[in-house]
Design a protein around this ligand. Structure first.
Ligand code: EPU
Length: 340
């Protein structure tokens, strides 16, 4: 284990913001935590857990110890005629796991292709796209307590998964490090495509549904995503910056009387989700900037680093966008990104 002092987190956040952490350590196994805790100085400081920083916005230097899990093992733990259970180290790149599952012809993760970040972050944030969420395939999450190294296993029902959230983002944030995640996937003959997201269904309408494979859906998702979300390698960003807000039917009606074209999506509980991207576009922020931070030309829900932006500039921009949406629509946008 290598403890690095005054370490730049530039390679560890997709917004490409340059901040420093007092100490940085990569954790691979349970004993790493126990060893670190014997260091009185490190033990007395606050610890923060990061993944690939694809959902973080750093607005200042980080005091204390920043830890990152680099455990990368993938193994099949159980298998039957129709399904396979794989246990995956938190340090594996999410998209590499998706590719691995596709190469094996397994169904389950294909709609979640190209989401930046690590496997460890997937349950924390309950990542989602194109009608799928990580929770649909996760059966267990194994964590290490960062104070005493203790191992705990959570079943899916114990993770309190919600829209871009879980128990690991709420009560256990910076207490439990996700170490491995078990996924249940369906074998080629036993699964089927999830095409609830209309643009995905449309893009595959010429392929007879019987001939669809995980790989075909995976390729279609990649094509859709590349169209919409700017590549963080080229322009720093963290995907959707805000969550899509939810309003009750009465409020939707009121909005519809003023904005008859307002897009909306009915949820199971009878409330309605409104695309934050549409709200932002109506405030004229799309393609505009503040300092070195901008609202993507490609997708209004994505804030981007136009080059050498500070985290504070990006945060200020988010506050301005939020204020204008609130002023125009009476809707309070909540960040999906974690601001530190
Ligand atoms: N729209 C605009 N202007 C834009 C872009 C979109 O008005 O610039 C409107 C359109 O009406 C469009 C609607 O917004 O129909 C919804 O947009 P889109 O289908 O692109 O999806 P989204 O709601 O913006 C969500 C997730 C994404 C996920 C996509 C696809 C959230 C906050 N975001 O975005 O997740 O990839 O659906 O499923 O739920 C992420 O979390 O980082 C992320 C990228």
């Amino acid at each position: 284990m290598h403890i690095q002092a005054n370490y730049s987190l530039l390679p560890h956040n997709t917004f490409k913001v340059d901040v420093k952490t007092q100490y940085y350590v990569e954790i691979n196994r349970q004993s790493d935590i126990l060893i670190l805790r014997t260091d009185m100085k490190l033990a007395s400081l606050p610890w923060k857990i990061i993944g690939d920083g694809s959902n973080l916005l750093f607005t200042q230097d980080i005091e204390g110890v920043t830890i990152r899990c680099t455990f990368k093992q993938i193994k099949i733990v159980k298998e039957d005629q129709d399904e396979v259970w794989i246990s995956v180290g938190a340090g594996v790149e999410w998209h590499d796991l998706v590719k691995y599952s596709i190469d094996n012809g397994w169904w389950g993760l294909e709609n979640l292709a190209l989401i930046p970040g690590t496997v460890g972050a997937a349950p924390v944030q309950n990542i989602g796209a194109y009608g799928s969420e990580a929770r649909d395939c996760i059966t267990r999450v194994q964590t290490l307590n960062i104070y005493d190294g203790q191992r705990t296993e959570f079943r899916n029902s114990e993770c309190n998964f919600g829209y871009r959230t879980s128990i690991f983002k709420q009560e256990y944030v910076n207490k439990l490090l996700v170490h491995r995640v078990t996924f249940r996937l369906r074998k080629a003959h036993a699964g089927q495509a999830n095409l609830v997201y209309a643009p995905l269904k449309e893009s595959l309408q010429d392929t007879p549904s019987k001939t669809l494979t995980p790989k075909i859906v995976f390729d279609a998702v990649i094509a859709l995503r590349e169209d919409k979300v700017p590549d963080p390698q080229r322009q720093g960003n963290a995907g959707s910056f805000f969550k899509n807000p939810v309003v009750d039917p009465e409020y939707l009606e009121e909005l519809q009387s003023r904005y008859p074209d307002i897009p909306n999506h009915r949820m199971l509980d009878g409330n309605f989700k409104i695309p934050a991207a549409w709200l932002i576009e109506q405030t004229d922020w799309k393609g505009k900037s503040h300092g070195h931070a901008g609202v993507s030309m490609q997708h209004a829900l994505v804030l981007v680093n136009l080059g050498n932006a500070t985290g504070s500039e990006i945060e200020e921009l988010s506050q301005m966008v939020k204020a204008d949406v609130n002023h125009k629509f009476g809707i309070y946008l909540e960040p999906e990104v974690i601001i530190l």
